[in-house]
Every structure is written in structure tokens, then in C-alpha cells.
Design a protein around this ligand. Structure first.
Ligand SMILES: [Zn+2]
Length: 319
């Protein structure tokens, strides 16, 4: 039997755990998704993650004995490289030694990284950032986050939370944020928070309410994007307001870090191209000229798979 070289990546989000068997070229051979149960206790999630990994290996016809270890991307703030999830709001976790627990369950090494770090590393290895050494990857999805690659390496920072751009402040004493502070970028741009705002505004914004077929629960930023395209002044005003915040944060981050490449991704930006175009315009106006000359902006290339590919690439391989 010829030896198969493969890696296993896991993506632990707020609703699913996904495991993928990835080959040496970064192609996903098998991917398995398990919805999280109501029981989000660390023990229950570890058992589910183990089961999902075993199913992925079985589907790929690989015996468990060939597994050297796994890389896991977790939506949450980690405590350095210890594998401890310091704060995982979607899971309701505080100070959970997830890496150690999953490693014990699998009897294999486990490397845990932040989900945005995994996405950044996936884009660096296989996607939009291939061939670059200094890259900032920013995703605007349900939350807002970033991963930073400096000189070809993931930059974690002193306590593992470098490049948490979602919690950079854009308004002093502004809207409350899930992190416990106020005025964070994520409080305005994060899809979850933006949806809540749109639901509130829909009641006195007939054009938006109409888009939802009078069901504000169905609201999403794509409706505002449609209104912008149709010339709705209020929608354009909202996108200008949000683009100023995001463009300013990106300009400040690029002025600080001086990357060669800025990769923009996440469902909100993907679904709202005119929000991204406005953001890029603000960014170009504000960024320090010489840092701006050095930076190219690209859209993320891997979409949903970026995180799992990056997590796989960060874990040990079977070779
Ligand atoms: Zn925050």
C-alpha cells in the first residue's frame, strides 16, 4: 500500500464542527460536518469533534492509526499557544483547555488556533496570499476579525490575540460589543450586530421592510446592498457610514503593519460589493502614502474552506 500524505483540519464554529482530510496540494478529499448539540459543554463538544474526525477518516478510507494529529481553528480568543480557549462567546466557554482535552480524546497532538488565524494561514498556503510574506487578512462576517502574517509566519502577539481588529474602537462610548466594551468595529460591522440594527431600522424604513417581505427576522445586509444599487439614499448613507469605520480601521492597521497584501473576506463583504468598494475608497484616502503604495487589496479566494485548510496546514501531516 502506498503511503498517503494527508492532514486533518477541524473548524469549530458557533453552530457546527467540521473536519476535513486535506491532501498535500491543499485539496479537500473528504469533509464532514456535524451540527453542535444543545449541550455545548467542553466534554460534549470534544466527543463530537472526535466523532467527526473519525467519520472523515473513515470516509477517506484512512485508518485512525495513520493520524498524526490535527489542527483546529476555534471561533474565540485563545490564551497564547496553550490550546486554552479563554473566551468563546458562541460556545459559552471561558478558560477551556480544549487542545489538551481533544488531544487526550484522540491520543494525538492537537494544535489550536483562532479561526481567523486559520483562515489567514489557509489563504497564505493555498489562496489569495500565496507567495506573499507580509499579509493582513480581514474578514467581515458574523463577527469581524483578522489574521496577520509577518515575514511568512503567523503573528500571535504576547497573549495570542494580535490583530483582533473587530475590537478596535471606532466610537468613544459607542454601541456595546460582545467583548464587554463599547464602540468596537464589530459592534457596527459584525453581521450579527448589523442585522439587529437593520431589524430595528426596518420599522421606519419602508423600502427595507418591503425587501424582507415584511418579515424583519429574514433581514440581512444583502438587502441594503440591493437598495444601494437601486439608488436608495438611506442605504447609501448607511454604507458610507460603515465604510468610513471599516476603511479607517484598515488604513490604520496597514499604516501600522505595512503589509504587501490586504485580503478582504467574510460573508458581509462578499455579499455587499459596493460596501467593499466604498471601504477601499476610504482606505486609499486615509492610509499613509508609502504604506498604501506597497499594499495590494485582494478578495479572499477560499471562502468557507479557508479556515479548515489553514487549520489542516497548521497541524502535523502523515508524511
Ligand atoms: Zn469588542
Amino acid at each position: 500500500m502506498t503511503a498517503v500524505v494527508y492532514r486533518v483540519g477541524v473548524d469549530l464554529g458557533g453552530t457546527n464542527v467540521r473536519a476535513a482530510v486535506v491532501d498535500e496540494k491543499g485539496q479537500i478529499r473528504v469533509a464532514v460536518r456535524t451540527p453542535l448539540a444543545a449541550d455545548r459543554s467542553p466534554e460534549a463538544v470534544v466527543a463530537l469533534a472526535r466523532e467527526t474526525i473519525e467519520r472523515a477518516l473513515a470516509d477517506a478510507q484512512l485508518p485512525l492509526s495513520t493520524l498524526l494529529g490535527v489542527g483546529v481553528g476555534v471561533a474565540g480568543q485563545l490564551r497564547g499557544t496553550s490550546g486554552v480557549v479563554a473566551n468563546g462567546p458562541n460556545l459559552g466557554w471561558r478558560e477551556v483547555p480544549f487542545g489538551r482535552m481533544l488531544s487526550a480524546a484522540l491520543a494525538r497532538p492537537v494544535r489550536v488556533v483562532n479561526d481567523l488565524e486559520a483562515i489567514a494561514w489557509g489563504e497564505f498556503c493555498y489562496g489569495a496570499a500565496r507567495g506573499e510574506k507580509d499579509v493582513l487578512v480581514v474578514c467581515v462576517g458574523t463577527g469581524v476579525g483578522a489574521g496577520l502574517i509577518v515575514d511568512g509566519r503567523l503573528y500571535h502577539g504576547a497573549s495570542g490575540v494580535a490583530a483582533e481588529l473587530g475590537h478596535v474602537k471606532v466610537r468613544f462610548g459607542g454601541e456595546p460589543c460582545g467583548c464587554g466594551k463599547r464602540g468596537c468595529l464589530e459592534a457596527y460591522l459584525g453581521g450579527g450586530n448589523l442585522n439587529k440594527r437593520l431589524q430595528r431600522e426596518a420599522y421606519n424604513w419602508p423600502a427595507l421592510l418591503h425587501k424582507t417581505a415584511h418579515d424583519p427576522v429574514a433581514i440581512h445586509p444583502g438587502f441594503v446592498e440591493e437598495l444601494v444599487q437601486e439608488g436608495d439614499a438611506r442605504a447609501r448613507g448607511l454604507w458610507d457610514e460603515l465604510a468610513q469605520m471599516l476603511g479607517m480601521v484598515l488604513a490604520n492597521a496597514v499604516t501600522t503593519v505595512n503589509p504587501a497584501l490586504l485580503v478582504l473576506g467574510g460573508t458581509v463583504l462578499k455579499g455587499c460589493p459596493s460596501l467593499q468598494a466604498r471601504t477601499e475608497k476610504v482606505f486609499r484616502e486615509l492610509v499613509l502614502e508609502i504604506a498604501g503604495e506597497a499594499v495590494t487589496i485582494k478578495s479572499a479566494a477560499l471562502g468557507d474552506d479557508g479556515g479548515i485548510l489553514g487549520a489542516a496546514a497548521l497541524g502535523p501531516s502523515s508524511s
